[in-house]
Design a protein around this ligand. Structure first.
Ligand SMILES: [Zn+2]
Length: 277
């Protein structure tokens, strides 16, 4: 099966430009922010836009925190996610990728329950085709979702599991302490995650190299092959069916100019090397 490569694109200049850019890069999929990433306020967005891609994703705002112990942030996060799911449906997005949340000192268990209650409420409130896709984190500070146990807790707890998906970010895996550089360690990592969680929940990968070392909990994306995971790591990842069979979306730096092209090309090359063996 051919790879489905994609990139996070900015829509500041409108949808048409974004779609043109996706075509120019030869992408199979892409991801855009659902709103200003630093805002939870209700925003007006173009609705019912026809997007000529059958698979594309939204990424939720950074401020969204479904584990927040503060009522105001908790409620505005739920509200923003409801709005974004409805918007996602109106434009045909597969799902919206969000970080599970940070407990901000209230403790892991309390934070996980907050996430669970928030998701139950949202799922009960709006019936969208657009899924809520939880992304693994690098586990910095009080961030939840850096390990499979957190995901298992959330998914097991949900009554309606059909509306939830997951996204694994390679940079976050690595900085959270999962070595994904050798075939052996990749297998161990995938086994660890997918012995606890059914792999059918895994919808996509965020494919980023990591500036931070293994287990550093640093969420710093860098160009494919130029970070700590390195070319070897991505070459090995690309030999795994679990990885190859999901959309691979880069969220690598846009600088210098032409970086998206370079990173996409690099992934194609590394996948080819493996095929020729
Ligand atoms: Zn990501």
């Amino acid at each position: 099966m051919g790879l489905c490569l994609g990139a996070h694109l900015f829509i500041a200049r409108g949808f048409l430009r974004t779609i043109e850019e996706a075509y120019r890069l030869g992408l199979c999929t892409f991801q855009i922010f659902s709103r200003n990433p630093r805002s939870l306020r209700t925003t007006k967005r173009p609705e019912n836009v026809r997007i000529p891609f059958s698979v594309f994703f939204l990424h939720g705002p950074y401020l969204l925190n479904l584990a927040s112990p503060e009522e105001e942030i908790y409620n505005s996060s739920k509200q923003a996610l409801v709005e974004d799911l409805l918007w996602g449906d109106s434009i045909g997005a597969i799902g919206i990728v969000v970080h599970p949340g940070s407990h901000r000192g209230s403790g892991r268990e309390k934070g996980l329950y907050r996430i669970l209650y928030a998701l139950e409420e949202i799922i009960g409130k709006v019936n969208t085709k657009c899924k809520i896709i939880l992304e693994n984190t690098s586990g910095s500070g009080t961030e939840l979702g850096s390990n499979p146990e957190d995901f298992k807790f959330i998914i097991d707890g949900l009554q309606d599991k059909s509306r939830i998906g997951m996204c694994l970010d390679t940079c976050h895996l690595f900085s959270a302490g999962f070595d994904i550089r050798t075939n052996k360690s990749i297998k161990e990592t995938f086994d660890r995650w997918f012995s606890l969680i059914d792999s059918s929940y895994l919808i996509l990968f965020h494919t980023n190299d990591s500036k931070g070392p293994l287990g550093s909990h640093l969420d710093r994306h860098t160009h494919i092959g130029e970070g700590e995971i390195g070319e070897g790591g991505f070459k090995n990842l690309l030999s795994f069916e679990l990885f190859r069979s999901r959309p691979l979306v880069i969220e690598t730096p846009k600088e210098p100019a032409g970086s998206d092209e370079k990173n996409i090309k690099k992934l194609k090359e590394l996948a080819e090397i493996d095929k020729s063996l």
